[in-house]
Design a protein around this ligand. Structure first.
Ligand code: BYC
Ligand code: FE
Ligand code: FE
Length: 474
């Protein structure tokens, strides 16, 4: 069970390790300073109907109540330990799972944990002003729920750094509060986490696409031979599911509203849709193209010696590693990756070990395709011909084999000039952003009311009605 009497709620018996407890209690005020500086703008005194973890059991772990966000009980929750767990892949397969950091893997493990940890506060920074333009109290509450849970994910990684990496770990934990999303001098580590999230369509796309990278990376780390990392990530995944729900349903509700406006008014032209205060499907497609492509970059290079060595060492596995029916060593297997050769995209077989980033990206794409299919049902039901599609994997990529190439959404290799000439047809332009933001110039805070550009959800949070007062402003 979780100890809520402690200053830092936890299920890791923190009270038994005084030095660690003091170090974390020292980091806690720095974390709160960061939250006040970079967390949701102006939200300090709001009472928000939030869920808080009360146990790590699959059912009934959450309790819902009004909380002021700075008083949220950010804590350290690990899935219970399985004493028989082993390293399930790589050269150390069959060893008992490590309860401590093997000396030779200290540096790569720290790097993985820091990279994971860095994304969590980054996303809160990216989303900090969205509360000022919320489409409803329901959506505002969901934004804040995502934000406090990303804060907790930071705590999860900081616990590992403090507990297992000594002074280096404490220094890294401080740096996690110092980098800033989009900062020219001290940016966040990974590309997508330095992009702005300027409006709610971008927020929903981000939680659908980019939080799902979170899911797949956490799944790969939940296979880790370093047991505390695996157990932490398992519990983080239960929270991640809600973030992706917010994204998928958010985009779907925007699409549904657009379809209603189109059918009720018998219009199809994007400018007519815009004139009626809804977001045209063409603009939604451009946002999709942007968030999908920057998120594909987060999986790293197509052929990566880092990925191979993480796997061989037993630090980072594949998606659902233990369900894959092979030898979990991958010495004799290969995998297809794409590359650009002389103006065309060709397939190349490479050793499976080096292609693990690409494989995880493919697992991710598979799940994304299903979600986009569900979005398209809105158009099918409305009898509209428009369908959202995923651009080619090589479109608008900055990492891996497509970096430096100019690929159209259909997968043609183009000249830079020709590509730039069409850029604004494929990705949101300044005027697209300006239009979307013009719809979101103020917030809708009357219980049960929704902005004109989004439909209401099917149900409320925790069986509360849709017109429940999810946020009280005081
Ligand atoms: N941007 O060997 P390579 C989440 C670097 S999201 C900038 O191909 P590797 C969340 C790379 O660091 C999940 N740099 O890559 C979501 C390397 O640098 P060095 C976050 C990049 O290492 C929403 C070089 O390029 N978790 O939780 O195999 C809200 C060569 O790279 C990028 C993780 O990512 C990029 N996109 O794979 C809140 C898990 N990509 O060595 C939260 C931990 C690559 O040349 N991280 N580089 O200096 C990892 O497993 C790996 O670091 C990566 C990269 C998969 C990210
Ligand atoms: Fe997270
Ligand atoms: Fe998340």
């Amino acid at each position: 069970m979780i100890d809520y009497l402690d200053k830092i709620p936890n299920n890791v018996d923190l009270g038994r390790d005084r030095v660690l407890q003091r170090a974390l209690e020292h980091w806690q005020p720095a974390y709160l300073d960061w939250w006040f500086d970079m967390g949701p703008t102006g939200s300090r005194a709001y009472d928000v109907y939030l869920r808080t973890a009360t146990s790590v059991e699959p059912d009934g772990w959450a309790q819902f109540d009004y909380v002021k966000m700075p008083e949220y009980r950010w804590g350290i929750f690990l899935q219970p330990r399985d004493p028989d767990r082993q390293v399930n892949f790589g050269a150390n397969k069959g060893q008992p799972a490590w309860q401590d950091v093997p000396g030779e893997f200290r540096s790569p493990l720290r790097r993985i944990i820091v990279t994971q940890g860095d994304t969590e506060p980054a996303s809160v920074e990216q989303q900090r002003t969205l509360g000022l333009s919320c489409p409803s109290l329901y959506d505002l509450r969901n934004l804040f729920q995502v934000n406090v849970e990303e804060g907790r994910h930071l705590w999860a990684m900081v616990y590992l750094l403090h507990r297992y990496f000594g002074r280096d770990g404490r220094e890294e934990a401080e740096s996690l509060l110092e980098r800033r999303s989009g900062d020219a001098d001290n940016p966040r580590i990974l590309g997508a986490f330095n992009e702005p999230t300027p409006d709610w369509l971008a927020f929903f796309m981000f939680t659908f696409f980019t939080d799902r990278d979170g899911k797949f990376q956490l799944c790969a780390l939940a296979e880790s031979g370093f047991d505390p990392l695996a157990r932490t990530c398992r519990f983080m995944l239960t929270e991640e599911a809600h973030h992706m729900f917010v994204g998928e349903t958010g985009v779907s509700r925007i699409i549904r509203r657009t379809c209603d406006v189109m059918t009720e008014n018998k219009v199809e032209d994007p400018s007519d849709v815009r004139a009626l205060g809804a977001i045209d499907l063409e603009t939604i497609q451009k946002y999709l193209n942007f968030h999908y492509s920057v998120t594909l970059d987060l999986f790293g290079g197509d052929a990566s010696s880092n990925a191979a060595s993480y796997y061989t060492s037993g630090l980072k596995g594949r998606y659902e590693e233990t369900k894959v029916g092979d030898d979990h060593l991958l010495h004799d297997l290969d995998y297809t990756i794409l590359e650009v050769v002389g103006g065309t995209i060709v397939e190349r077989r490479v050793p499976a070990l080096t292609a693990l980033n690409e494989r995880l990206r493919d697992d991710y794409i598979h799940e994304i395709e299903a979600g986009v299919g569900r979005w398209n049902r809105n158009m099918e039901r409305a009898g509209l011909a428009f369908r959202l599609t995923l651009p080619h994997k090589g479109f608008h990529r900055a990492i891996g084999n497509f970096a430096g190439h100019f690929i159209s959404p259909e997968g043609e290799v183009m000249s830079e000039e020709a590509w730039r000439g069409r850029r604004d047809l494929w990705l949101p332009s300044q005027s697209d952003y300006a239009f979307v933001q013009s719809l979101m110039s103020g917030s809708v805070i009357e219980p049960g009311k929704f902005a004109n550009w989004i439909s209401s959800p099917i149900r409320g949070v925790n069986q509360q009605p849709i017109d429940f007062e999810y946020v009280r402003f005081n």
